[in-house]
Design a binder for this molecule. Structure first.
Ligand code: SF4
Ligand code: SF4
Length: 359
């Protein structure tokens, strides 16, 4: 695995060169924005790598907040009458610069839902496949970062094509995939570092970052508990008490994928939209009959945590549906903390590993 050295002086020129083959996506804050987010960068705009810990995750690059999935007309005079047409959209290569490793790892968890052997969501998959993820390692994790205990981490390479490590006056760029190598070539960053020395420097930075993370979750016992035992646990009322069902935790989460389908018609023309939705909203589960299987707040809060920490774990046997970015912990207006809930779930009921003592 090659490691390249990118002098920071050559950073803007390399980005510019890469625009010949890639659209650039990165963290940026426009004049009228309240906070920075990942979006397509305008010509001559460079990603703001001081703002990579964005309030909203970068999931909208692949999964927009609102997307037309097909259009139709019932006008008999049109040759497309009664046909469903997928709107044209650009899926040319995108380089996502400065994505955090846990956010790139989150796409792999979401992929399990949108790209299965039986079903492929073409909108999500086509956008995901167009991306080259040039990640930026987290040298100084935030206090709410618990990524190391979720299977990700500040230097995790899962889902990345290149891992950049900030070394003050230069970046070390670890080439992880062929897609990553192609991007670095397009940017003209062709100066190879002394691999042994560079690897040691990256390992030292990683060890330093890992030790700064003091926040962890344990879910080692959740898989052994029955769904009903956790579903009926007595702590849900307490967990849900303060929740105002604002949905913030789900909209900003890189691993939440709930959506709603809406049709809009204008005369004989119509469009079908796929929009972000949230399981924290009563309307999300309201049936046409008027019945709502998750009609109370406690049911909805329980659903969010059971999905992330129990159903996903049971279904895929590949950890929890959370990469530990800490966004929901920072943004919840009433301080509901997934780390505490995970702890409650993991330690609920008798310890399955405890040996029974008999006389
Ligand atoms: S952010 Fe907090 S208050 Fe809002 S829905 Fe999520 S848990 Fe409830
Ligand atoms: S549940 Fe919270 S900590 Fe986990 S990935 Fe989502 S926003 Fe990040």
């Amino acid at each position: 695995m090659k490691i390249m050295k990118i002098d920071k002086q050559d950073w803007p020129d390399g980005l510019k060169r890469s625009r010949a083959s890639y659209r650039l996506i990165g963290p940026a804050k426009g004049e009228n924005d309240d906070f920075a987010g990942f979006r397509e960068l305008a010509k001559d705009e460079v990603p703001d790598l001081a703002a990579t810990d964005t309030v909203l995750s970068p999931k909208s690059i692949v999964y927009p907040q609102s997307e037309v999935i097909f259009e139709y007309t019932t006008d008999k005079k049109s040759e497309d009458c009664n046909l469903l047409n997928r709107p044209e959209k650009e899926y040319s290569p995108m380089a996502v610069i400065g994505i955090r490793p846990y956010d790139a790892a989150a796409f792999l968890l979401v992929k399990k839902n949108f790209d299965t052997p039986e079903f492929r969501d073409p909108y999500w998959c086509d956008a995901y496949e167009a991306c080259t993820f040039v990640g930026l390692a987290v040298n100084e994790p935030l206090g709410t970062d618990f990524s190391t205990s979720t299977g990700s981490g500040p230097f995790c390479e899962k889902g990345l094509d290149v891992l950049l490590v900030d070394m003050a006056d230069h970046y070390l760029a670890k080439v992880i995939t062929d897609k990553g190598a192609a991007y670095l070539k397009a940017a003209g960053w062709d100066s190879q570092a002394d691999n042994d020395s560079a690897r040691k420097q990256i390992e030292a930075k990683k060890a330093e970052a890992d030790t700064r993370i003091s926040s962890t979750v344990a879910f080692d016992k959740i898989g052994q508990k029955s769904i009903l035992e956790l579903y009926n646990a007595d702590f849900w009322e307490d967990v849900a008490f303060a929740c105002i069902n604002c949905g913030t935790c789900t909209y900003l989460c890189p691993t939440c994928w709930c959506f709603d389908i809406q049709d809009e018609t204008h005369g004989r023309k119509g469009q079908r939209f796929k929009n972000w939705d949230t399981c924290m909203e009563p309307l999300f589960s309201l049936h046409g009959s008027g019945h709502n299987p998750r009609g109370t707040k406690v049911m909805r809060v329980r659903q969010r945590f059971m999905h992330k920490l129990k159903y996903f774990l049971d279904k895929y046997d590949d950890g929890i549906m959370c990469v530990g970015c800490g966004r929901c912990v920072r943004a919840c207006p009433v301080n509901i903390d997934i780390r505490r809930v995970c702890d409650l779930m993991n330690n609920y009921g008798p310890d399955p590993d405890a040996c029974a003592v008999s006389d």
